[in-house]
Design a protein around this ligand. Sequence first.
Ligand SMILES: [Zn+2]
Ligand SMILES: [Zn+2]
Length: 91
Amino acid sequence: MCPEGSERVQSAFYQEYIKSPEWEEKKRQRMEIDGFRCVMCGRSIDHCRTMQVHHVTYRNLGHEDVMRDLCTVCGSCHKKLHNYYDRERGD
Ligand SMILES: [Zn+2]
Ligand SMILES: [Zn+2]
């Protein structure tokens, strides 16, 4: 989920998928696994209202492995993450 529009995958499917109840459920599961904390800076969801779930990989988009393909991050770490990857990978 990237409200800033910084995700690399901008397909119509992705746009629809992030609004689906299936994705909401996966997000909830992943946040629960991470204890509602950002895995990068450790801030809890109480301190950061913009908690997001990042796709470690888009390989399984639509049928993600909640344990391996996703991680919980706060808004600012999510931005950093994408700045980094967008620069380093260029894909
Ligand atoms: Zn963070
Ligand atoms: Zn992301």
